[in-house]
Design a binder for this molecule. Structure first.
Ligand code: SAH
Length: 427
C-alpha cells in the first residue's frame, strides 16, 4: 500500500508541480519519506533517515524535507519537535495536499502539518499513473474498522471507506491501456469492499467480475483479505472468473484460539480451516499464504505449538512472520508481555524454517515443469536476465535479452529452485 501511495506522490509532484525525480540526493529541492508504523522497528528507521538527510540539508538550505505515511499520521507535530529539520508532515489520506503544503512552506516559511482524514478525497486529486508496468497496484479502499488488539492501522489510516466502483474501473482501464496485464487490488480488508455502483453498495466479487471483463487484464490479485469476512459470493467468484489467481493471502496470525481471541480476530481455527476447505473445493489448486505474529503477550509454548500445527496442516506457500511489537493506542500494548525476547526469537526462527520448508518444497516441485509467467522486467542483479512471476507470485529469472517479452505471458521451463527465486529456461 505504501508502494502505491509513494508512486502516487511521485506522480502528483511531477504532474502538477513540475518536479522532476532525481536519484541524486544532493541536487534535490524536496525529499519525501513515506513511512510505516506497523512495527516499532519501521518507525525508528524514520528518525535515522531524517538524521542522514539533515546532513544534506545543512549543505543545501533550500532543501525541504517532507514526512508522510503512518508514522507522520501517528506522531504529527511531535515529529517536528523531535526533528526540527522537517518542513512538512502529511498523512496517508492527505498526500494529495503535498504540493500545496510545499508551496506554503516555501512562501510563508511556516512548517506545515496536515494529517487529516478527508474521506477518499485524495483519489480525486491523483493524476494519471505515469508508469507502464505489467503488474499494477490499485488501492480500492482505505483505513480499517477491525481494531485487532495489536494493530495500529485503524489509528493511522482512519476508518474503512471504499472507492466507488466506476472510479476503480477507470483506473484499471487506464493501466491496462498502458500495458498492465495483472491488477493487484489493495486494502486492509479488501473482502469487505463495499464501494458504490449505480447508487448501491457493491462487493469485491462484483468488482472482480467487472475488472476481468476489461481487455488485457489477465490476472487479478488482492491483498489483504480478512478470514472473518471472506464471503460465499467471493468464493464463488473463483469458479466463474479464471483471471482470479489460484493464490490467496489469508492472514491467520496465530493457531491458538485463546490468542486469536486476545487479538480480537473474530474467528477461531476451526472457522479458518472451514474457510480454507470451502475455497479449495472451488479451486483445488489454490495455494495460501499468511501473516503470523509470534510472542503476542502471554503466548505459551502450547499456543505456539498450535500455530506450528496450522502451518503443517495448511502448508502455506510463502508467508510473512513477525515478532509482536507493542504499538501506541492499541489494547495489546497494555497487556502483560511475559514472553522473553530470546523465546520470541526462537519461536520466530522455528516458524520461519517450517514456512520455508513448505514454500521451498513447492518451488522444488516446480523444477522440470513448465510454468506460465508474466514477464516483469530486466533482472536487477543481472542485465542479461529477465524476470517474471508465476501465478503464486514466485520470481523466475531467465537468460534473455528480448525486452519485448516484458509485459507478456510466456511459458518457461523451471530448471532450479533457489531460496528466494526460481531459475528458468526459455523453451
Ligand atoms: N489488515 C491486514 C494486516 C495488515 S498489517 C490483516 O488484518 O490481515 C500486515 C501484518 O503485519 C499483519 O497481518 C500482522 O501479521 C503484522 N502486524 C500488524 N501489527 C503488528 C504488531 N503490532 N506487531 C507485529 N506484527 C504486526
Amino acid at each position: 500500500m505504501n508502494e502505491y501511495d509513494s508512486a502516487k506522490i511521485a506522480d502528483l509532484l511531477t504532474d502538477e508541480d513540475n518536479f522532476e525525480l532525481t536519484t541524486n540526493e544532493h541536487e534535490a529541492d524536496l525529499m519525501v519519506l513515506n513511512t510505516c508504523s506497523i512495527r516499532e522497528k519501521a518507525q525508528e528507521k524514520v528518525f535515522h533517515q531524517i538524521g542522514r538527510w539533515k546532513k544534506i540539508k545543512d549543505k543545501n538550505p533550500n532543501l525541504k524535507i517532507a514526512i508522510g505515511g503512518c508514522v507522520a499520521s501517528q506522531e504529527g507535530e511531535k515529529i517536528i519537535k523531535r526533528a526540527p529539520t522537517v518542513d512538512i508532515v502529511f498523512g496517508p489520506q492527505s498526500l494529495h495536499k503535498l504540493p500545496k503544503l510545499y508551496n506554503e512552506r516555501v512562501n510563508n516559511e511556516t512548517r506545515q502539518v496536515d494529517i487529516s482524514f478527508p474521506k477518499l478525497e485524495k483519489f480525486s486529486y491523483l493524476p494519471q499513473n505515469s508508469k507502464d508496468e505489467p503488474s499494477a497496484f490499485v488501492s480500492i479502499m482505505e483505513g480499517c474498522n477491525k481494531y485487532c488488539s495489536f494493530c495500529v492501522v485503524p489509528h493511522t489510516r482512519g476508518h474503512e471507506v471504499s472507492r466507488p466502483v466506476q472510479e476503480i474501473l477507470e483506473e484499471v482501464s487506464m493501466l491496462a491501456d498502458n500495458g498492465a496485464r495483472e491488477i493487484h487490488f489493495l486494502g486492509q480488508n479488501v473482502n469487505n469492499f463495499n464501494g458504490m455502483l449505480d447508487g448501491e453498495k457493491s462487493t469485491l466479487a462484483k468488482l472482480i467480475e467487472l475488472t476481468a471483463k476489461i481487455e488485457n487484464v489477465d490476472r487479478i490479485r488482492f491483498t489483504t483479505s480478512h478470514p472473518f469476512e471472506f464471503k460465499d459470493d467471493l468464493i464463488e467468484t473463483y469458479d466463474r472468473v479464471p483471471e482470479l489467481v489460484s493464490h490467496v493471502h489469508l492472514p491467520v496470525q496465530s493457531g491458538s484460539d485463546r490468542i486469536l481471541k486476545l487479538m480480537r480476530r473474530r474467528y477461531d481455527i476451526k472457522q479458518y480451516y472451514e474457510l480454507v476447505d470451502k475455497i479449495v473445493e472451488v479451486r483445488p489448486e489454490m495455494k495460501f499464504s499468511s501473516d503470523f505474529i509470534v510472542g503476542f503477550p502471554g503466548e505459551t509454548d502450547e499456543d505456539f505449538i498450535e500455530t506450528m500445527s496450522v502451518v503443517e496442516k495448511i502448508r502455506f506457500d510463502e508467508s510473512f512472520s513477525f515478532i509482536y511489537s507493542p504499538r501506541p493506542n492499541t489494547p495489546a500494548a497494555e497487556m502483560e508481555d511475559n514472553v522473553s525476547d530470546s523465546i520470541k526469537k526462537e519461536r520466530l526462527q522455528e516458524l520461519q524454517s517450517k514456512l520455508y520448508y513448505f514454500s521451498n518444497g513447492y518451488s522444488r516441485k516446480m523444477v522440470g515443469t513448465s510454468q506460465r509467467i508474466l514477464v516483469m522486467g530486466v533482472s536487477k542483479k543481472d542485465p542479461g536476465q529477465l524476470y517474471g512471476r508465476t501465478v503464486c507470485n514466485k520470481v523466475v529469472n531467465f537468460t534473455s535479452q528480448s525486452v519485448d517479452l516484458i509485459g507478456q505471458f510466456i511459458n518457461i521451463q523451471i530448471v532450479e529452485a533457489l531460496p528466494n527465486s526460481l531459475k528458468g529456461n526459455l523453451k
